[in-house]
Ligand binder design. Structure first.
Ligand code: ADP
Ligand code: MG
Length: 446
């Protein structure tokens, strides 16, 4: 099974990623639809959690399905020196190893990293954060249901888990259940197939806080919506807290029954919008601190300048930079960060771009000629655009350093490195330059 997983990942990951993340991991146990994988550090664990868990489960489920075996697989990641989470689970389970007891998603444990402590508050999520805190202090109170909506990677799931943790802190016996809407739907369908609907209802209606994530996936599922309607009513009538999230407002989710939409609107809908620059910096600092990474200030600025609409990607970029530094055995710097993130952004289908097109656009943009860019004049009005053109050639094409040098009138590859580093570093703080590069990239995309 592990070999199969590796083979599949090899197809979709670069060699660098594969070696870094998969090569360092090893399978520990597979029982009861749970696959335990061991990784060497917290950094690896985070990367797995953020990027590899879902595809890994999907791959494993495919393999099992092909052999007509159960098709829900849980992948757990453990650190090297940690106890095997499965042995714990089995120690407390009265009938270990029986698929029977795993009927529903009992594993609604909350992600220990998704706490209020670790949540950076900024303009885009201030209201959502405040609402989450209010609900944690008084579950089933004023804001029921609480409904988070906003784009991918902006902290909705994080806040839902944080509510769970916080409620448990004040009331350790509280029953918290977190599920994605897909898990809810799957459980429901299984309960019908196995004639265990009563058990399903126990599981979902007997809780103090029910957190259902990404309910836009309820669209189209008529039976599930019907069941959820009743779940909702029971909880609501008993003054139990309901927290929901989606990528948009209830009334914008097509094919969501009107009566659900109206119920979801009873409480408080709060949106989460992308973080501003300062918040992004704060998030990166926080991440670095949590992971014990040593990152210079200008590198934070650089990374924050590159990713502005998805916090998962933003944090992922930092992890990638650190992993790259470890691999190269060098301290993190902005030029190294630019290097580490180059391929990531190179994936934007700009491969067909040629250096000469970049030169054309940059020359036009700065009212110069391509000859100026290829020449050796050292006046500032030409030097900076020349460096920008080299920077873009490095970022947006697959050309090697010597090749770029050659296209710029036969310059040495160290000149190209120098230009790239200079621009990358300046990008961290220079807003005008950020704007210029952004505009040029937008033009080049067309
Ligand atoms: P969503 O559910 O909205 O798609 P997530 O809650 O999964 O987003 O967040 C994506 C990642 O970004 C998670 O690792 C989360 O911890 C992190 N994150 C999101 N918002 C914040 C924040 N305000 N402070 C710190 N980390 C955050
Ligand atoms: Mg989410």
């Amino acid at each position: 099974l592990w070999q199969y997983l590796c083979d599949e990942f090899k197809k979709s990951l670069s060699e660098l990623s594969f070696n870094t993340w998969i090569g360092s991991a090893k399978p520990v146990q597979f029982t009861d639809q749970t696959f335990v994988i061991e990784v060497p550090s917290q950094l690896h664990r985070d990367y797995w959690s953020n990027n590899l868990l879902a595809p890994a489960s999907a791959i494993l489920e495919q393999v099992l399905a092909a052999q007509a075996l159960p098709t829900t697989v849980n992948v757990l990641i453990k650190l090297k020196n940690e106890a095997n989470p499965l042995s714990d689970a089995q120690a407390t389970s009265p009938t270990p190893g029986q698929a029977e007891t795993k009927m529903f998603h009992h594993d609604s444990q909350l992600n220990e990293n998704y706490t209020f402590d670790r949540f950076i508050v900024g303009k885009g999520n201030q209201l959502a954060h405040a609402a989450a805190l209010a609900v944690s202090e008084e579950p089933g109170g004023l804001y029921n249901p609480l409904f988070f909506y906003g784009g991918v990677g902006l902290g909705k799931t994080h806040l839902m888990h944080a509510i769970g943790h916080q409620v448990l802190q004040t009331n350790p016996t509280a029953k918290i259940k977190y599920v994605t809407s897909e898990a809810f739907a799957n459980d429901f369908i299984k309960s019908i197939q196995n004639k265990r609907q009563e058990e399903f209802r126990q599981e979902y209606r007997n809780v103090d806080v029910l957190l259902v994530d990404d309910i836009q996936f309820f669209a189209d599922k008529v039976g599930t919506q019907e069941e959820f309607f009743h779940t909702f009513n029971t909880l609501y009538d008993n003054k139990k807290q309901i927290v929901l999230s989606a990528d948009r407002l209830p009334n914008e989710i097509s094919k969501l029954q009107a009566r659900l939409v109206s119920r979801f609107e009873w409480g408080l809908p709060v949106d989460i919008t992308p973080p501003d620059y300062e918040t992004r910096i704060a998030i990166l600092r926080n991440k670095a601190k949590a992971e014990n990474m040593s990152i210079p200030n200008d590198t934070f600025s650089y990374v924050a300048g590159q990713f502005d609409s998805n916090i998962r990607e933003l944090e992922g970029a930092l992890v990638r930079v650190q992993a790259y530094a470890n691999m190269m055995n060098q301290p993190v710097s902005t030029s190294l960060a630019a290097e580490a993130l180059r391929n990531l952004k190179g994936n934007n289908k700009t491969n067909l771009l040629s250096i000469s097109i970049i030169q054309d656009y940059v020359a036009k943009y700065f009212h110069l000629t391509v000859k100026d860019l290829k020449g050796r004049k050292r006046v500032k009005q030409i030097v900076v655009p020349r460096q920008i053109a080299m920077y873009l050639s490095r970022e947006l094409t697959d050309a090697s350093l010597p090749k770029i040098g050659e296209e710029f009138g036969g310059k040495d590859h160290t000149t190209v490195i120098h230009a790239h580093t200079k621009i990358a570093e300046q990008l961290a703080t220079d807003r005008d330059l950020q704007k210029q590069i952004q505009e040029l990239k937008a033009q080049l995309k067309d």
